[in-house]
Design a protein around this ligand. Structure first.
Ligand code: CA
Length: 361
């Protein structure tokens, strides 16, 4: 049985909205050792804000004081940061009504998501939003409330270890071989393998494989190369390129996919691609060649070409450490694209930690 968990995390604060279940009292004691035991229903409308496990000064206060316009006796609440919602918000659930509270302007938008079951608890995890009801859960979109996929599902298969339950296939780890890897301007980092992707910059939430279509719904199947430039993410698959605008969610830019030739001025397919932060050059790897393309030029044209010391690259990225070329379960690190372009021999290969990429050798 799932209990109501009325917890939200904002700026490292743990906020408890109200407490009705006895076990939450235990949790509250864990969160706030100096907290008052809560044992009466007068607390139903109160907000408790904890910073580093200590109840903040002035709390608890009535919910209206912190979240004006939000009703009392809520069922659930979840935080929704900018880039997942259009502004930093909290979603409050009460019956089939959902109240979206904008933290900055303190404005409230009421939505009726009657297609969603009444959520006794809502969880945000790796950009996904889950409404729990009984033993089941339903994943929904935090802006539109849309549910896509076969829901509800039984939480015992996914969120906990229960005897005779599990979700086998999805938990089988793939081989350590990446198809593509990239980090966008906001620091969201993704690795792609087969038809799945994993988020790399949220290790605290664990490593989990999601279908690529979950975040980039027009892209089905494995991708060849992905790179980020400005606010956009470029996904190359065969001779086609998809450009996604990266805002609250990834949205395919109108007119795409286009052919790689039309967009980049080269023939596909490509093996790997990367752009270094604040640079305007796409480095495209095809076989043993690295082709540099000036992304500020229209039409795009090849700036330069270099021969690489590595024969077949699976995926490539450029981060604060330098350029990383991934080949099977190993990667080669070069200081800069220029160093890579003039290298005649490859450096010692480093093994990438299977734990980070959720794979096995
Ligand atoms: Ca590739």
């Amino acid at each position: 049985m799932c209990y109501a968990v009325l917890v939200s995390c904002l700026n490292k604060r743990v906020i408890l909205f109200y407490v009705t279940q006895p076990h939450i009292l235990l949790r509250l004691n864990v969160i706030g050792p100096n907290s008052n035991p809560l044992n009466n229903s007068d607390m139903d409308d109160m907000v408790f804000s904890y910073y580093q496990q200590t109840l903040e000064k002035g709390f608890p206060v009535n919910i209206q004081q912190v979240f004006p316009g939000i009703p009392s006796h809520l069922d659930a609440a979840v935080e929704c940061p900018k880039r997942e919602c259009t502004t930093n918000s909290v979603l409050f659930f009460k019956g089939s009504d959902v109240y979206s509270f904008d933290i900055k302007t303190k404005t409230v938008k009421k939505k009726e998501w009657s297609h969603l079951p009444n959520c006794t608890s809502v969880l945000r995890w790796v950009e996904h939003y889950y409404c729990f009801h009984g033993n089941n859960f339903t994943r929904f979109h935090p802006v539109s409330g849309d549910v896509s996929g076969a829901y509800p599902k039984d939480a015992r298969h996914y969120f906990m270890t229960c005897p005779n339950f599990g979700h086998g296939e999805a938990h089988r780890k793939p081989r350590c071989k990446l198809d593509a890897i990239t980090t966008d301007r906001m620091g969201k980092s993704y690795a792609f393998t087969g038809s799945m992707y994993i988020r790399l910059d949220t290790p605290r939430d664990g490593i989990h494989h999601f279908p690529i279509t979950r975040s980039w719904k027009e892209v089905s199947g494995a991708v060849d190369a992905v790179f980020s430039y400005g606010d956009n993410m470029y996904i190359i698959q065969g001779g086609q390129i998809y450009i996604y605008k990266s805002a609250a969610h990834y949205t395919l830019i109108e007119g795409y996919p286009k052919s790689v030739t039309e967009e980049l001025g080269i023939q596909g397919p490509v093996d790997a691609a990367f752009v270094c932060a604040d640079q305007h050059v796409a480095h495209i790897i095809q076989g043993q060649k690295m082709i540099d393309i000036d992304l500020t030029a229209t039409p795009r044209a090849v700036k330069s070409e270099a021969s690489l010391p590595i024969h077949k690259v699976d995926a490539a990225t450029c981060d604060s450490e330098g350029v990383k070329l991934f080949v099977g379960p190993e990667y080669y690190l070069y200081q800069t694209p220029k160093v890579l372009a003039v290298s005649k021999i490859s450096p010692v290969a480093q093994k990438f930690p299977p734990r980070i990429f959720g794979c096995e050798d």
